[in-house]
Design a protein around this ligand. Sequence first.
Ligand SMILES: Nc1ncnc2c1ncn2[C@@H]1O[C@H](COP(=O)(O)OP(=O)(O)OP(=O)(O)O)[C@@H](O)[C@H]1O
Ligand SMILES: [Mg+2]
Length: 190
Amino acid sequence: MGVEKLPIVEVADSKNRNGFRRIGIRSEECQRLRAHHRRRSSHVEDSLWRTFYSLTAGELCWPLYLWGDTGRGKTMAALCFVDVLGHCAWTDLDRLCEMLCRRETDWWEVFEEAECVIVDEIGGRDTVSSVDADAVKKIADLRERYGDRVAIYISNHPPEKIKELYGTRIFSRLCCGTIYQVTGPDRRMG
Ligand SMILES: Nc1ncnc2c1ncn2[C@@H]1O[C@H](COP(=O)(O)OP(=O)(O)OP(=O)(O)O)[C@@H](O)[C@H]1O
Ligand SMILES: [Mg+2]
């Protein structure tokens, strides 16, 4: 899946008293958010929505590291978040590596300017190549420098495995905020 860029609307740029970044949810989307929530409530678990709302309200620390076994609904949850965020870019790691190799600088600018960036499929391959590690570090650094760490990193791996696969520097960047494990059955298995 490619990167999705939504129009910028009402970017709330203030920090709350904890110093965590608050980000805007499209006001015109509030109704839809509620409807969406009801519609998808059986799909995205309530505690994950609550975590997401707390993050957007600046009550929890960014980034969100979302992990769980295959088919638990991580990507679907992330796409629900894209629907309600004002200006969010979504990519998977393979595409990010491609952008790095092809020097697609326009996309890196999108990731710099987006209010929130979601990177899916982190650590999806058996081994971590240097391009893979470079791409993850680059996006995490970009978000740290320009986006107050507002990002969602998605993986099948628990945080300890990220440390093992990518080393402590990338682990520190991805897992320094809020960690959420999506559990339940493999939804693909019906
Ligand atoms: N609660 C749910 N009930 C029914 N179907 C669901 C639910 N959550 C997700 N699905 C569906 O199950 C499939 C797998 O979901 P998704 O791709 O989000 O899983 P994932 O956790 O990202 O898996 P992977 O780790 O393999 O990428 C999708 O077709 C999705 O639409
Ligand atoms: Mg997925």
